[in-house]
Ligand binder design. Structure first.
Ligand code: AMP
Length: 283
């Protein structure tokens, strides 16, 4: 695996690859890698001649400085996992390399309703920060294929929108991979490392609630499913930001399901200091 720290060096190297006809796949991450990330890297490796991944904990997307300060860092292990997965290139930039003009220089991305609901509502500014870093990374890597995980459902929609808003709609295909889960159903996440042994056991209740919603999802009023899930999470010790059922295509709330609308259930909840998110397609 080749490691690049400078945007200019990576850009030049990738230009040569493109000129020789090689297709480029890209997996952006914030590190603390797990099998979920590796599943994206494997898809990228299979579908492209050159697989690039990046590790960058993006300060611009953290609305809570404590969350940023405690974000897990496991660089040596990450590098070993990437090597083993056959990743060709790792981009490991500094903050200055990503934001050469500093934080003051801002573009506003018109994300519409997408940044007003769910993660957008509870993490103000988060998706603008995600767009800033992904836009910059796209400018550096200019991939043919971009790989994202369904684990971050709303983020997938935001980045798809970013690609549409920029020239990348012509160049880059967005590929969304299913959420990888632990044996007990807990969605794999870098943040799971911050859970105590007891919290780790409780954390699976998010998956159980989502599965319960899916099993009982029928046409008609669906509010009772959310009330039940919220109370179940509260009893287990969570402080929930949201438990919701939404249109899977535009994230508008579904209160009464017509039996046809594509639907997704979404959860965000804190276990003490650790905020976990998950989702499940219902249709
Ligand atoms: P992160 O490092 O958390 O920013 O995630 C980097 C990419 O990996 C994002 O596209 C995530 O959606 C994806 N990802 C994170 N967790 C999982 C998972 N459990 N299964 C599949 N993809 C995931």
């Amino acid at each position: 695996m080749i490691l690049f720290k400078k945007a200019g060096d990576l850009h030049k190297w990738l230009d040569i690859q493109r000129k020789t006809g090689n297709q480029i796949g890209f997996v952006p991450t914030m590190g603390a890698l797990h099998a979920g990330h590796i599943s994206l890297i494997e898809s990228s490796r299979k579908q492209n001649q050159v697989g690039v991944s990046s590790i960058f904990i993006n300060p611009a997307q953290f609305n809570d400085p404590a969350d940023f300060a405690k974000y897990p860092v496991t660089l040596e292990k990450d590098i070993a996992m990437l090597e083993e997965a056959g990743c060709a290139v790792l981009f490991l930039p500094s903050v200055r390399e990503i934001y050469p003009g500093g934080f003051a220089e801002t573009i506003h991305y018109d994300l519409g309703i997408l940044e007003k609901v769910f993660e957008g509502e509870f993490r103000p500014g988060h998706f603008q920060g995600v767009c800033r870093v992904v836009h910059r990374l796209l400018d550096i890597v200019q991939p043919d294929n971009l790989y994202l995980g369904q684990k971050d459902y709303q983020q997938c929609m935001v980045i798809t929108k970013l690609v549409e808003l920029t020239a990348y709609s012509e160049r880059t295909k967005v590929n969304i991979s299913p959420t990888l889960r632990e044996e007990d159903g807990l969605a794999m996440s870098s943040r799971n490392m911050r859970l105590t042994e007891n919290e780790r056991k409780i954390a699976t209740e998010i998956f159980n609630c989502l599965s319960g919603i899916k099993q009982n999802f029928k046409p008609g009023d669906v509010q009772h499913l959310l009330v039940e899930a919220r109370s179940r999470l509260t009893k287990a010790g969570f402080k929930t930001d949201y438990v919701a059922i939404a249109d899977a295509d535009d994230l508008s709330l579904i209160r009464v399901w017509d039996g046809r609308q594509p639907a997704v259930a979404l959860v965000a909840a804190f276990l003490h200091e650790v905020r976990l998110i998950d989702n499940m397609l219902l249709t």
